[in-house]
Design a protein around this ligand. Structure first.
Ligand code: AMP
Length: 415
């Protein structure tokens, strides 16, 4: 199978790494890719938001499967363009990707499907926002309605800050605060059949102890030893399947990756958000544990044949990923700094590997930082203690001027 992956972050590097290890994959391409992806796939300089460019590339390469990684191309209709050319695509239509692209749409779908989520109001004026904030009380949760790369949400007990965020966005969703631990559960779907993956947890705040600003994610681990038994089956029955059924019923079937961000509250499991694609950095740890070759699973989603797939096989062990971010991330990341120690980090033991997020190679072949999140250092082990040790040992061997990472990824869960 010839496969083309769209995107250029650590998620796409993880996807490409798994696809490159799948014996069914005869050619692997990625656009635009990054310096790490270039080691396992042929990279192509393409505007990933331009459906015509991506389609032309897919057709020229004779791709038999296109995998769209990030949300922005999905919301821009890139999957639709490729599909219209007759190429199987892993990723939802623009209409179905609104599940992520509009928080208000997602709330409407959840209401229709009877999926448990935070009570909420959609507000477009300061007066509406103030009323909604006072209806729920602190802590306040204010979400930009549109795509914001994980940075459109403000959770604060400061009413003025909540109001200011609402004022800075055109349309916001204001909702009740959900307590309890968060879980990310991914499912592969073809619009009818839903195949949940293993749950993971990510770390959204920039600093240890969940301090500092929200980020795209600073690390993740899987499995979750503390999660209640039956969690996956429960979420499949109460969240994932009803959502997929509701979208099909509305005439906007969702195929691709349905990501449920969940809060396990004292009153039960609630959906915090849906995403329409693999989450980054959870993908790094979920794929690290998936034993079933990936291409066939994604192809079955793209061709509506998931019901014929064998049950997925998983590694019983654990996986941890630690993100190394640039100085100044998330507010104003500095780019262009050389990265050293990559080979040493991978040689440190048999299981750790470095997934590239924001990197590029310069003319001399040196790897430079080229984004806010720069690397995602991933390792597996028999348990979280071992996977953490291995991941952090490799992190310690990498040097990036001003680079920052959290020291407490998976720490509590490993204890
Ligand atoms: P989202 O982009 O919707 O995932 O929100 C980003 C982060 O904000 C989530 O991972 C949560 O940590 C937090 N958050 C979002 N909604 C709520 C809520 N209703 N209650 C508490 N925290 C929330």
């Amino acid at each position: 199978m010839k496969v083309l992956v769209i995107g250029g972050g650590a998620r796409e590097h993880a996807l490409c790494r798994s696809l490159s290890q799948d014996p069914a994959v005869t050619e692997l391409h990625c656009a635009p890719g990054n310096a790490g992806i270039a080691q396992v796939a042929t990279v192509h300089p393409v505007d990933q938001l331009d459906g015509a460019q991506v389609t032309a590339l897919a057709v020229r390469l004779g791709a038999e499967l296109v995998v769209v990684g990030p949300e922005a191309p999905l919301v821009a209709g890139v999957a639709d363009a490729v599909r219209a050319a007759g190429v199987p695509v892993f990723g939802p239509s623009a209409e179905a990707a609104l599940l992520e692209g509009s928080k208000a749409f997602a709330k409407d779908v959840m209401a229709g499907a009877g999926v448990p989520t935070a009570r909420s109001y959609v507000c477009t004026t300061a007066a509406e926002a103030a009323e909604a904030l006072d209806a729920f009380g602190p802590p306040y949760v204010v979400k930009d309605d549109g795509l914001a790369a994980g940075k459109g949400v403000v959770v604060t007990s400061d009413r003025a800050e909540a109001l200011a965020h609402a004022g800075a966005c055109e349309r916001v969703v204001i909702e009740e605060y959900l307590d309890g631990p968060e879980v990310s559960l991914f499912a592969i779907t073809d619009g009818t059949t839903v195949l949940p993956l293993q749950p993971a947890q990510d770390f959204k705040r920039a600093l240890d102890g969940d301090q500092g600003p929200n980020t795209g994610g600073m690390g993740a681990y899987s499995p979750l030893p503390w999660a209640p038994e039956g969690l996956v089956e429960d979420v499949l029955a109460t969240v994932l399947q009803p959502t997929v059924d509701e979208l099909r019923r509305r005439g906007t079937p969702f195929s691709g990756l349905l990501y449920a961000g969940l809060a396990l509250t004292s009153r039960g499991t609630r959906v915090i958000e849906f995403n329409a694609r693999f989450g980054d950095p959870e993908t790094q740890v979920v794929l690290a544990r998936l034993r079933t070759p990936l291409a066939g699973v994604l192809h079955a989603s793209a061709t509506g044949t998931l019901d014929q797939l064998e049950p997925l096989r998983w590694d019983e062990g654990a996986a941890v990923t630690v993100v190394i971010a640039a100085e100044g991330y998330p507010a104003a990341p500095r780019t262009g700094d050389p990265i050293e120690g990559l080979a040493e980090a991978e040689a440190a033991d048999g299981t750790a590997y470095v997934l590239h997020a924001g990197t590029k190679a310069d003319d001399d072949g040196r790897v430079l930082s080229a984004g806010g999140r720069v690397l995602s250092v991933t390792a597996t082990g028999t348990d979280l203690v071992e996977a953490r040790e291995r991941a952090y040992r490799s992190v310690g061997l990498i040097s990036l001027a001003g680079g920052q990472h959290r020291g407490d990824i998976a720490l509590k869960a490993a204890q």
